[in-house]
Design a protein around this ligand. Structure first.
Ligand code: NAP
Length: 254
């Protein structure tokens, strides 16, 4: 699995964990397509930063919550693969795009549940299904879960359950796609300082301190703590890692 000429598609690569993963993947010599939902400028900045690392890059708009758009999205992907990367297929799909949600189980609204399930489960399920047609044999899927699928904090029942569903799906993908040499793994970050959930982990001092106090390494996570592991899963060194949940939390709630 030579990195040169490999291509990764990172959803939600305009900011936060997706951006850091995209840059770390690029640093391994792998070309990158990032997607954004609405922040085109930020996605274009990411593309410029990636190009400075000496690989090719492009940004495309995608709403993972709307599976009816996936057909036209992959038409665009095919066209960009040709025009920017001189390729028909790509190698790694990082299902990273997502939003936070906080509501007690008793108060979770059905419309919020539906939006979350579209973004965090249905979206990645059918996006990956559609991607298979142009995902190279020997490639990989990297899904993003959360520590909240292992431990429980009040207010995350819907979000945590959907991340749990992604962990189960990852094993099924590994089982069914192994015949093509496609590996599927899932990374479960702990609490990370990004814009996620209104930047709560970063900006809410009380929450930040509480998490740091429950983390073996004594602080909350940063995007840079996660991206390297995503990039590693796109390398030859990770060729035998399959169907794994890898928690990256500095040892949270042990
Ligand atoms: P973030 O900084 O808020 O970035 C979210 C990214 O997802 C942005 O690129 C955004 O695009 C994109 N996005 C949001 N909704 C979308 C939609 N409906 N369709 C397509 N793209 C969409 O969040 P993050 O912290 O990097 O989170 C990334 C992933 O890590 C998520 O799956 C999240 O559940 C998971 N995670 C985060 C934490 C944490 O503490 N931060 C912990 C565990 C797991 P725009 O820039 O265009 O808005």
């Amino acid at each position: 699995m030579e990195s040169k000429n490999k291509i990764a598609l990172v959803t939600g690569g305009s900011r936060g964990l997706g951006k850091n993963a995209a840059l770390k993947i690029a640093a391994k010599g792998i070309n990158v397509i990032v997607t954004y939902q609405s922040k085109k400028d930020e996605a274009e900045n990411t593309v410029e930063e990636i190009k400075k690392l000496g690989v090719k890059a492009a940004a495309l708009q995608l709403n993972v919550a709307d599976s009816t758009t996936f057909e036209s999205f992959f038409k665009e992907i095919k066209s960009v693969l040709q025009s920017t990367f001189d390729a028909d297929k790509f190698d790694f799909l990082v299902n990273n795009a997502g939003i936070g949600h906080h509501a007690a189980f008793a108060e979770t609204k059905e419309e919020d549940f539906d939006n979350l399930v579209n973004i965090h489960f249905k979206g990645p399920f059918f996006l990956t299904q559609k991607a298979l047609e142009i995902l190279n044999d020997g490639g990989g899927i990297i899904n993003i879960s959360s520590g909240l699928a292992r431990f429980s904090l009040p207010g995350s029942s819907a979000y945590g359950a959907m991340k749990g569903a992604m962990e189960v799906l990852t094993r099924y993908q590994a089982k069914e796609l192994g015949a093509k040499g496609i590996r599927s793994n899932i990374i479960a970050p702990g609490a990370i300082e990004t814009d996620f959930s209104g930047g709560a982990v970063r900006d809410n001092e009380r929450l930040n301190k509480m998490i740091a106090s429950q983390t073996a390494l004594g602080r909350v996570g940063l995007p840079d703590d996660i991206g390297g592991a995503v990039a590693f899963l796109c390398t030859e060194e990770a060729k035998w890692i399959n169907a794994q949940r890898i928690e990256i939390s500095g040892g949270m709630f042990l």
